[in-house]
Ligand binder design. Sequence first.
Ligand SMILES: [Fe+2]
Ligand SMILES: [Fe+2]
Length: 318
Amino acid sequence: MTLSLFQPISIACLLPGIFPQVALFTINEGKHVLYIEETRRFTEADRDRLLDNNISTMYVRSGDFKEVSRFAEENLPLILDRNDVDQTSKSEALIQTSSNYLRDIFSDPENSQDAERCKKLTKHLATYITTDQNISRMILAMGGSSPFAIRHSMQVATMSMLAWSKLFPEKSEDLVDIGVAGMLHDIGMSLILSNVVEDIDYWSTPSVDQIKRHPIEGYVFLKKNAQYNDLVLDAVRHHHERYFGGGYPGGLKGDEIKISTQVIGLSDMYCTLITDRPTRKASTPEEAYKIIGDEDNKCFSTLLFTAFRYVIKFDGSQ
Ligand SMILES: [Fe+2]
Ligand SMILES: [Fe+2]
């Protein structure tokens, strides 16, 4: 994977007066053009000028990205509270910030396993899925150029939370844990594959048997941490079990699989299909639902599978 010299940043993260003093770029005819020099701070007048020109994404040098993303994560409540930028820009800021967290934990799991950090971001995501009218469309576009592992984890977290909030509104106290489970369901991959944050497709790696150890590896790893509850641990361990049998690692069946874990498993399969992978083109939501349902849906409870049809919208609307 080639390293880009610039990284995108949503305009929602550019808080006038306090945004780090770094050079900011726009894109003009495919080229990055210096917009604000690093010798001064981003001001309200700069913000107004960007909004007047309908610019919603700026770019920073890759070398400045760590500082900028740390700033965005620390100031997320302020960013999401802004009423001078639109919802889409705020959602993009949230997705970028959550993707940065995922990149940290997937590239260095031992030193990034801060459960509070994950929960804080997921709480914001919970608000976002209930307020953003374009959520289905956002899930499809999520993570743009990020490696598969990051995009996929972001999508599964958001899709699972969307499904949970619609199918089990009476269990909203579990919504954040559903999001945490979605973010971390494949964390075991980072313990098996050394290059998981490069743009690889898990399932095209040489040893499928080795890859199939990821639920157990992830479970053991998170359990050591002692900050994750049973819902999260169970989903990480059993998201590849199948309702009618034949899954792994336990070969569980039916109601032996917790309903929260079934929701993560179904969202996982759906999100794998709707995203471009290095080895396979993305299916549309409609095709993905049909693929899962082929052969009489041997994977998920008929009740859950039928209800899921009403969670995803084939036209991308909410
Ligand atoms: Fe998995
Ligand atoms: Fe997955």
